[in-house]
Design a protein around this ligand. Sequence first.
Ligand SMILES: C[S@@+](CC[C@H](N)C(=O)[O-])C[C@H]1O[C@@H](n2cnc3c(N)ncnc32)[C@H](O)[C@@H]1O
Length: 453
Amino acid sequence: MTTSCHGQREGRVPSSGGSVAGMNEVRGGGGDGAADGSDPGGPVRAPGEVWLVGAGPGDPGLLTIRGRELLGRADVVVTDRLVSAEVLAFVRPGAEIIYSGKSAGALTRTQEDLNALLVDRALAGHLVVRLKGGDPFVLGRGGEEAEACRLAGVACTVVPGVTSAFAAPAYAGIPVTHRGIAQDVAVVSGHLPPGHLESTVDWAALGASRMTVVVLMGIARLAEIAAALLEGGRSPDTPVAVIERATTPAQRIVRATLDAVAVDAIALGVRSPAVVVIGDVAARCDAVPQIGPPVGPPVGPDERGSAGDGPTPTAGSVTDRPLAGLRVLVPRTRPRPGLLAARLRALGADAVETVVSRPGPVADVEAEPDPRIVEELRHGDLHAVAFASSTAARATAALYGPLPAGILVAVVGGRTAAACQRADIRVDAVASEPGIYPLAAAVIAAVTAARSR
Ligand SMILES: C[S@@+](CC[C@H](N)C(=O)[O-])C[C@H]1O[C@@H](n2cnc3c(N)ncnc32)[C@H](O)[C@@H]1O
């Protein structure tokens, strides 16, 4: 059994011709899933392994090629809440996806439970991908998970990811170092773990320096952080940029000064996840702040047909698009990512797809509720929903119950509107013609009407 935790191991990287899981297929020894050796007769698998994979900050184009390849091969994917739906779309159909579901105020699994889960699944012979937002080793507790694997004798390999600490400023056009302005940069956590009264970060030293300070998990304690830096000697007019939901279509940048940032962030309703950049570079905007079109898995032939119905999605500044800053739920009755979500993203929305029904032997049956969607609805993170069919509306209501009062609902056609009515869902806009473009236009109409109220 391998007992070390490796860095990149070129020899173990799955290639198009081989399978990491397949390499572990053996006969004899322990049973499949029974590492105690209780079933010596049947076909068995040697212990599997864990890959700690960085998912990047949200834009699926920032997932590494190796990460994507592993998602296509994993038996089990244990994912963070922050990992985007577009990245999860690369997971092999049939693989088990487990949500670790940690978010402020809602801890569904302890770190110890998570470590045990990774180890158990690997010892049962599975290729386990632990998918973590950004980079696994940047304020992500990836080190603890790697250590747990090592202690249990499970092979563990790290695939670095693009960290939000650097991707967020970059997408906001901010160079974290700049000749003559800042030659050094510190990445720090703004979070105080439960039971810790004081941060171990030396805020006074950071305040006394000129370095760029990038704070992750800092929104809840922004006032204390700003005060500590000011006390350390930073000037009150030090530029600050807060980048919310960086690299997604919902990215928003709030610029302020150090003395005012906490008040401004509250006034503008800034929420986690957000990266705070403090220092003179935060006033800059050197790169063109554009977000590329989402890169998703190839569309199926049945979906390609309607792609020419309207304008091609293009990259552009998120701020000039009508759905910029909005998270729109797209309940689907087919498992593949679709063009409606692509269209909504082109209009600036952060489209969140979820499968709500699947084909049954006689008729469509409801899928399982998606824990991510349950959490997003509970947190009020979704602004609108687009129902493309009455089945989608019915299944969504059955899976998630009454939608929050504030969510805007756009539907296609009278039958879908009637299904919503029966499910007690208020409808804000109805597209009278079928197709993704009329439905996307209905979403815009619902949003425009709500904004003008
Ligand atoms: C637990 S830390 C994980 C950091 C991650 N390992 C990384 O390298 O980006 C979570 C914090 O990362 C930051 N973060 C992650 N993704 C982000 C995004 N898309 N936009 C803004 N901040 C993000 C936020 O500060 C969030 O509270």
